[in-house]
Design a protein. Sequence first.
Length: 114
Amino acid sequence: MVAEREDEVVGWAGVGAYDPVHDYYAGVGEATLYVDRNARRGGTGRALMNALAGEAERRGYHKLVGKIFTSNEPSIALVKSCAWREVGIHLRHGRLDGEWKDVMVVERLLGDRP
């Protein structure tokens, strides 16, 4: 999914198979979101996340998962407001600017499936 403003891409969201090698994870997608710094806090991220969830469900996914640096409070607030929930924290899971960061794991169940 792509968000544009004045013919310029200001954000995108995508989903891919969580683990394409193992069939027992079929239907679980890993979501990614990016919004340009100048387009943040204007509803672009929310629109992309909700559109992505609808399209993922239409394509047969029953659940989306994602990872967010725990220091990224605006992104955490965004996904929680879009029906995602915190699953847990991976300690020292990713590096940013040469420093280890903790990562929050989040998920969103799609549709009315258990």
